[in-house]
Design a protein around this ligand. Structure first.
Ligand code: PLP
Length: 398
């Protein structure tokens, strides 16, 4: 059979990290490749307690039936309170949409705004799967330069004038892949320059609650006076990725359009999952669970930084994240992390080559390390092996 695929499939191979991720089921591999929350941070007991009650006699129809596409109303009311923790005030019910994870928010925004050939801006580098979604809508992806403070505003403004993008996608707090957080001043400037040119912003925030150092910062959405910012958040990293629940907040007209798109995608986010998250929040379980998780992440992040300082070559420069799940590194030497990823697997350790996060295929000398899902001992052992491998490669260059 010759399959006559759609044109959009031509750019969608998804192969870049798949081979590595497939190998990670081997227990001997120390994986710094994924982005999973730590297993012991998944609140199995509380979710079991809630699910048991929700599925008890007389109540089960609530969670086992269809619901509205917008989401369960009391849950949406609760989410209006929840987004206040990101500085987002004065949100009405019709400005909220329950989504099946942040990933779906990126897809719905794209379905709502993108036609073939439209331009999307992303930070250079950015979240790999967002790039894949934009590709699936046959958009032209343009990278915006960034530094430690956030986006380069001059570059953003110049490129807005040049490309007239449909929207800017950014992970403003503890970015995937870099772990970086935009400053408050940078957020205000992003809100103001995009409003000036009527450019939409999709602010993706799955990580801001996972802050184990420093002061929290308000979202870009909190500085939106123009209605051009859509903010999405998710319960995947703070509760459970298996439940597939998140929220989108934006102008009511835009949320309405995204809701229409969602009807054709999954009709509604699982009622059972929505009700579990709703009850979990209502019973006050979320913030204590986050407070319990943060010391685990802090300890693992510190272990990774210590190990990097001990074992990695001095040419390796890294960003020391104040939260989230990732450390981003770059070699000050022509080290090809794409070629060396399979070599690392031979040493039973996995990282993600940074190149996959660049829309233009740059970043050959970069890599992303996840610290949340390995024990301190395995972090030390894994970085030791990586350090030895990279030192050997650097020695070959001299
Ligand atoms: C930046 C970013 N956005 C979105 C997602 C998708 O998460 P989910 O759909 O589970 O909420 C992830 C997951 O790793 C992510 O890192």
């Amino acid at each position: 059979m010759v399959y006559n695929y759609s044109e959009r499939m031509s750019k969608m191979n998804g192969a870049a990290t798949r081979e590595i991720l497939k190998l990670l089921t081997r227990p001997e591999i120390i994986s710094f490749a994924g982005g999973f929350p730590a297993t012991q941070c998944l609140p199995q007991k509380e979710v079991q307690e809630i699910a048991h009650e929700l599925l008890s006699e007389g109540r089960a129809t609530d969670s086992l039936q269809y619901g509205t596409t917008e989401g369960f109303v009391p849950f949406r009311q609760q989410l209006i309170e929840y987004v206040k923790t990101a500085g987002i005030e004065n949100i009405s019910l019709d400005q909220t949409l329950v989504i099946s994870g942040g990933q779906q928010g990126i897809d719905l925004m794209s379905k709502t705004f993108l036609d073939k050939g439209d331009v999307v801006f992303v930070e250079n580098p950015t979240y790999l799967t967002a790039l894949q979604i934009f590709d699936s809508y046959q958009a032209k992806i343009v990278g915006i330069n960034a530094d430690k403070n956030g986006l380069d505003i001059e570059d953003l403004e110049n490129k807005i004038i040049q490309y007239k993008p449909k929207f800017l996608y950014c992970v403003s707090t503890f970015s995937n892949p870099t772990g970086k957080t935009y400053t408050v001043a940078n957020r205000k400037e992003i809100a103001s320059v995009t409003a000036k040119y009527n450019v939409m912003v999709l602010e993706d925030d799955p990580y801001s609650k996972l802050r184990f150092e420093g002061e929290s910062v308000p979202s870009i959405k909190s500085f939106d006076t123009h209605g051009n910012v859509v903010y999405i958040s998710s319960f995947s990293k703070v509760l459970s990725p298996g439940l597939r629940v998140g929220v989108a907040v934006g102008d009511k007209e835009v949320i309405r359009k995204m809701t229409i798109c969602k009807q054709g995608v999954d009709v509604t986010t699982s009622n059972l999952s929505q009700l579990i998250v709703y009850e979990y929040l209502k019973r006050g379980y979320l913030f204590p669970n986050i407070a319990k998780s943060l010391p685990i992440y802090r300890e693992r992040k510190n272990a990774m930084i210590d190990a990097i300082n001990k074992y990695m070559p001095e040419e390796f420069k890294y960003i020391n994240a104040e939260g989230g799940l990732f450390i981003w590194g770059e070699f000050d030497a022509p080290i090809n992390t794409v070629e060396l990823a399979p070599e690392a697997i031979k040493h039973d350790v996995a990282y993600i080559q940074g190149q996959v996060f660049y829309p233009d295929g740059g970043g050959l000398n970069t890599l992303r390390l996840n610290f949340s899902n390995a024990t301190v001992d395995r972090i030390d052992a894994g970085i030791h092996r990586l350090g030895d491998m990279f030192k050997e490669e650097i020695a070959k260059l001299k």
